[in-house]
Design a protein around this ligand. Structure first.
Ligand SMILES: Nc1ncnc2c1ncn2[C@@H]1O[C@H](COP(=O)(O)OP(=O)(O)OP(=O)(O)O)[C@@H](O)[C@H]1O
Ligand SMILES: [Mg+2]
Length: 256
């Protein structure tokens, strides 16, 4: 297992006032794998994702993606490198349809967009057609095509989460970071999501999945990182992590 990691996070940390929200966290993501991040509420999972993707500036540590340092890069630079993310609360654009929201994720593919957008040059129209086709392919893949023409804001929360996944995929990422993709989904939708994410991974896209649903984690992940109060307290296979006394204690402590 000497494979070069796709993502390497080393000693990443960030304080908010006196609170060490993420405390010197290190982990890697292997190519073609699913890495889950779990931990009680407030453990620092979302902050860790924000630090990796430039939404929050780290005060310690480094991040490398596909062999190059990405620490300090602005979030909008990352999609063109192949790194996409979703947010814990769906951030779809109200007033745009589901199809249009998905197209937004693929927008970087349009070479003509800057120069000829306003002019409606033939190339712009051609590229827009291919974005539409790409969005429709993804909506079919996620079995969302019946929602394509609806205003994204009118949809149930569970569907909006899936549309976010579609938008993340439409940028053609090598690594997609998902913050609680199953939140708001019922059991059937969660099972569907699990199948979809497995298919995505089998197609060569690695995933980082923040999740509370232990069943989903066990079925989906190759490696699990456990955070508690900002610190990484375990890192291993789903089965090993589930039996880890420190992990059991963190969860029981959180419930007490
Ligand atoms: N911008 C901020 N300013 C101050 N404190 C923050 C900020 N962002 C996060 N925190 C704090 O950092 C800690 C970690 O929060 P974070 O949202 O990363 O947790 P989480 O593991 O994603 O939790 P959840 O499972 O509830 O989503 C919390 O105590 C939170 O209140
Ligand atoms: Mg969170």
């Amino acid at each position: 297992m000497n494979e070069t990691p796709l993502l390497s996070v080393h000693g990443l940390g960030r304080s908010f006032g006196g609170l060490r929200a993420v405390d010197e966290v290190s982990f890697t993501v292997s190519p073609n794998s699913v890495r889950s991040i779990i931990g009680p509420n407030g453990a620092g999972k979302t902050t860790l994702l924000d630090l990796i993707t430039g939404f929050t500036k780290p005060d310690s540590g480094t991040v490398e993606f596909a062999g190059r340092p990405i620490s300090g890069l602005a979030p909008h630079k990352l999609p063109s490198l192949g790194l996409m993310r979703t947010f814990q609360s769906a951030r779809l654009v109200p007033g745009l349809t589901v199809r249009e929201n998905v197209m937004l994720g693929g927008y970087r593919f349009t070479r003509a967009r800057l120069l000829s957008e306003g002019l409606r040059l033939p190339r712009t129209r051609r590229e827009e057609r291919s974005l539409v086709a790409r969005a429709d392919d993804l909506l079919r893949f996620l079995e969302l095509e019946r929602f394509a023409d609806q205003d994204a804001a009118d949809l149930p929360a569970g569907v909006q989460r899936l549309v976010e996944v579609a938008r993340g995929l439409s940028g053609g990422p090598r690594l997609l970071l998902l913050d609680e993709p199953a939140a708001g989904l019922d059991d059937t939708e969660t099972n569907e999501l699990c199948d979809v994410l497995r298919a995505v991974c089998a197609g060569g896209i690695s995933l980082v999945v923040i999740e509370h649903n232990i069943d989903l984690i066990m079925r989906l992940s190759h490696a699990v990182l456990v955070l508690d109060a900002g610190k990484a307290i375990a890192d291993g296979t789903p089965a090993a992590v589930r039996e880890n006394p420190a992990v059991i204690e963190a969860y029981l402590g959180a419930k007490a």
